[in-house]
Design a protein around this ligand. Sequence first.
Ligand SMILES: Nc1nc2c(c(=O)[nH]1)N[C@H]1C(S)=C(S)[C@@H](COP(=O)(O)O)O[C@H]1N2
Ligand SMILES: [Mo]
Length: 321
Amino acid sequence: MPRYRYPGISESEVTPKALFESRRRFLRRGAALGMAVATPGLFWAPGAHAWPSVLESKLDADLPKHELAGGESLTSLRDITTYNNFYEFGTGKRDPEIYGHRLVTDPWSVTIGGEVEKAGTFALEDVLKGQSLEERIYRLRCVEAWSMVIPWIGFPLGDLLKRHAPTSRAKYVVFESLHDPDNLRGQRRSIIEWPYREALRIDEAMHPLTLLAVGLYGEEMPNQNGAPIRLVVPWKYGFKSIKSIVRIELVEEHPTTSWQAQNPEEYGFYANVNPEVDHPRWSQARERRIGESGRRETLMFNGYAEEVAGLYTGMDLDRHY
Ligand SMILES: Nc1nc2c(c(=O)[nH]1)N[C@H]1C(S)=C(S)[C@@H](COP(=O)(O)O)O[C@H]1N2
Ligand SMILES: [Mo]
């Protein structure tokens, strides 16, 4: 019997979205009412796993939907879940799908520390409990010059940070991904410095477009996309959108990030999508939309200039790449 929680990849592709969603709810209710009781231990049982059940109940609600990709077509669930960068599983685009089942997401906790009044380690269910989820359709532009349009589910990072009361010394927010070489085979090689580390300036972190995502296409986050909780910063190159976060630290000093440490000439701290600033080895003027043929023009700040350009007033974007 299949697990009910994840959609079959083909299902959403052949089924219209509305039908797909109501079918998902039907399956979930069926599972909650019958299957779990019929075969205890084999399937999800209420209360057995704290954060998945908190998330399930939130996903059942009609989430507010925000289309923020200029009406561009969604990338298929298949492409979103089979063409990934998640070097913890290897550098191949299919590695995250093939090896992602080794990511242990339950139980999960997030440590929030540094320059905050309410520091601590919090079970993911407690991180989720106070948050209202919404769907946000965003473009995702990888520094490698490909892109997708993804219907994320999440909540603004700023809402979480405010709950932990940043002090006046909090100038940057640093994020770390899970470090678990036994299960994350890519971490047995030194591709980058592990754990994967990213950071934002505090005003970027508090910007309403900056999302903590816990799902996509109406379902909880697939492992290969950064389960159970990952960052999405739609105006920056994809590598800023760190996956599978276990630690959030607010700091005063300018932090270094994994990609900057690995190659500061090629990867800057800001990594704002900018068609006018080329990567040393390729142009950033155009991009390949996964699932489509041909190339399209890359938009300044990935199309979010109106919302975010003000964060960088007076900065030389050639220098602060
Ligand atoms: N921990 C971690 N986060 C990561 C990465 C990674 O290798 N490890 N890759 C980044 C890159 S380069 C991109 S383009 C996006 C891809 O997200 P997606 O696979 O969900 O499309 O995740 C980013 N977050
Ligand atoms: Mo990327």
